[in-house]
Design a protein around this ligand. Structure first.
Ligand code: GDP
Ligand code: MG
Length: 301
């Protein structure tokens, strides 16, 4: 990607924080060069802390993607998402605050309130600059943000097109502590293939389902077995009502079939082997507002 600056080897943990939908997961994927963290146009796609590892000659960066910190949303799931986001800065050597140009919302302010309490270097990423037609509009926008808030650097990015990334990466590496790499050079994440498989299925649910339905779904891997060059996976898609089950399955099973084949292709690319995937849709009433169900579905903390 970029020639990271010469000097001592550096290693550090970098938290990507921001309100929902600003492009945190897209940025993580661009920085590690792999579509690990799931992305969709809908807010609250990311429900977990996702570690992505970027290894360069002179530095290794452990990037921590987070659920978007958001206001409102009283359900147990919303509280859980905010809880995860709030814990991640404690682990970070550097915090990257991602916002989407040209807006600064109450939720952006809430993120600032959180990160300003942490005594580590902070970078501001102004993402989605492609959506700002007149770049002159950025000047007063940035001036008003930085007037009363201190960031070590401000970067303008278009994460979907890796625009501005090499310079951002160089500046990020300069802020990391000196140290040896903590992960093998070919390691991409600490998450299991089992976990990633569930995420790939959930990504399809986020992409295909509309309105409130994606938020009423979750995925549980019931069986994961490696047989030679084949991963055999059986997964349950949990919904909250019978009517939702019918929508996910689609007419003649077409919806479920598309979810299955798209997520299977994503898994095959990431795992580098063949995948055999079986999917079921099951109903568990009100799982997203029930702490015990959340725990069982892997939303712990
Ligand atoms: P997150 O919720 O902060 O993790 O945001 P995502 O990475 O899931 O991205 C949310 C949406 O914004 C997706 O549809 C992305 O494709 C889109 N997106 C991300 N970065 C950019 C960008 O630089 N420009 C534009 N136009 N869209 C972007
Ligand atoms: Mg995300």
């Amino acid at each position: 990607m970029s020639a990271t600056p010469p000097g001592p080897h550096r290693f550090g943990r970098v938290a990507l924080l921001g309100r929902p939908n600003v492009g945190k997961s897209t940025l993580l994927n661009a920085l590690i060069g792999s579509d690990l963290s799931i992305v969709s146009p809908k807010p609250q796609t990311t429900r977990h802390r996702i570690l992505g590892i970027a290894t360069h000659a002179q530095a290794q960066i452990a990037l921590l993607d987070t659920p978007g910190l958001h206001l409102g949303g009283k359900r147990a799931m919303n509280r859980q998402l905010n809880r995860v986001a709030r814990q991640v800065p404690d682990e970070a050597d550097v915090i990257v605050h991602v916002v989407a140009a040209p807006r600064w919302t109450d939720e952006d302010q809430q993120v600032w309130d959180l990160i300003s309490r942490h005594d580590v270097p902070r970078l501001l990423v102004i993402n989605k600059i492609d959506l700002v037609k007149d770049k002159a509009d950025l000047l007063p926008y940035v001036a008003s943000i930085s007037e009363s808030r201190e960031y070590q650097g401000i970067h303008y990015l278009r994460a979907t097109h890796a625009k501005g990334l090499p310079h951002f990466l160089d500046e990020l590496v300069k802020l990391l502590p000196e140290g040896e790499a903590e992960y093998d050079a070919d390691e991409l994440t600490d998450r299991s293939e089992r976990f990633i498989a569930a995420e790939m299925i959930r990504e399809q649910l986020m992409l295909r389902l509309s309105e409130e339905l994606p938020y009423a779904t979750s995925v549980e891997i019931e069986h994961f077995e490696q047989v030679g060059n084949l991963s055999r996976i059986a997964a349950a898609i949990w919904v909250e009502r019978e009517g939702q089950k019918a929508i996910v399955i689609g007419s003649g099973g077409s919806g479920l079939k598309a979810i299955g084949s798209n997520s299977r292709r994503r898994m095959e690319k990431l795992f580098g082997n063949k995948v055999f995937l079986e999917l079921w849709v099951k109903v568990r009433e009100n799982w997203s507002d029930d702490e015990a169900s959340l725990k069982q579905l892997g939303y712990s903390g």
